[in-house]
Design a protein around this ligand. Structure first.
Ligand code: G1P
Length: 274
């Protein structure tokens, strides 16, 4: 069983300045819920109950969100507003939250490496990038689909989707051979390739299942794209040494790290609730 989910959440969110100047991008709301809460709910649906968050300076609102606010509880007790807190109360009750800080912005690979202290060395764990908001209106959430696949293959898994060729430069891109419907065995991975150097248009999105041997791979990974330690490079090595699976998930992903994706997600959830 995969019980732990890591949430790298130390990034500055510069695409959303000035709102992210004093507020974590993970706390941007889609309707009334912050982005990271959607991620935590997806992880809970997949069976996780330990949420390990990599934070950084200026991110205290995340810690406060997943804690009881006694003043607020006291203030709204018995009022019609109380039910608005019910979902988050349940999350706090059912999950344990652990935190560590990434002191320097050295890339997603480094952020995940910092999570070693939280997730340990013995069990596989999930990783959710909260600004990729994923939904599957027709069935299981994306992480739950990946956990099921993990139970079959017992190796690292990345979620992928097809993107237009002129957008590959925004993503980690995989090359692989089909194993079964929507499942690829990865043979190569490139972080944010130039359009003409991309091995395919199968882009990694922010959902991973990782086995703890990835920490050793990250230790051996040199700075790559933009001088940062890239999880894509560590996984590429892992794919060459043992096995990494790429899974074309069922559902939809909103890039809430961009204003366009954020507005699209807002409209999607607004129309759902109407
Ligand atoms: C990160 C990863 C990239 C992946 C993307 C998905 O990039 O480095 O491989 O495709 O997340 O959202 P970022 O968007 O943080 O620059």
């Amino acid at each position: 069983m995969i019980k732990k989910c890591l949430f790298p959440a130390a990034g500055y969110g510069t695409r959303f300045l000035p709102v992210t100047k004093a507020m974590p991008k993970e706390m941007l709301p889609i309707l009334t819920k912050p982005l990271i809460q959607y991620g935590v709910e997806e992880a809970m649906e997949a069976g996780c109950s330990i949420m390990s968050i990599i934070t950084g300076r200026g991110k205290r609102a995340i810690t406060d969100h997943f804690d009881i606010s006694y003043e607020l509880e006291h203030q709204i007790k018995g009022s019609s507003k109380e039910n608005l807190l019910e979902e988050i109360r349940q999350i706090i009750k059912k999950c344990t939250f652990t935190y560590t800080r990434q002191n320097e912005m050295k890339g997603l690979g480094d952020a995940i490496y910092q999570g070693n202290a939280l997730v340990g060395d013995s069990d596989p764990f999930a990783v959710v990038l909260a600004d990729d908001l994923c939904v599957n209106p027709k069935g299981d959430g994306i992480l739950k689909q990946m956990v099921e696949l993990y139970n079959k293959y017992k190796c690292c898994i990345v979620a992928i989707m097809e993107v237009p060729k002129d957008e590959v430069y925004k993503y980690g891109v995989i090359e692989g051979n089909i194993l079964e419907n929507d499942v690829f065995m990865v043979s190569n991975m490139v972080e944010k390739p130039e359009i003409d150097k991309a091995p395919s248009n199968l882009a990694v999105i922010g959902r991973y299942i990782l086995t703890p041997d990835i920490f050793k791979m990250i230790e051996d990974t040199k700075p790559g794209k933009n001088g940062e330690i890239q999880i894509t490079d560590a996984l590429c090595e892992q794919a060459k040494k043992s096995m990494v699976i790429a899974y074309k998930f069922k559902g939809k992903r909103f890039d809430c790290g961009s204003v366009d994706g954020f507005v699209e997600a807002t409209n999607y959830f607004y129309n759902l609730e109407k």
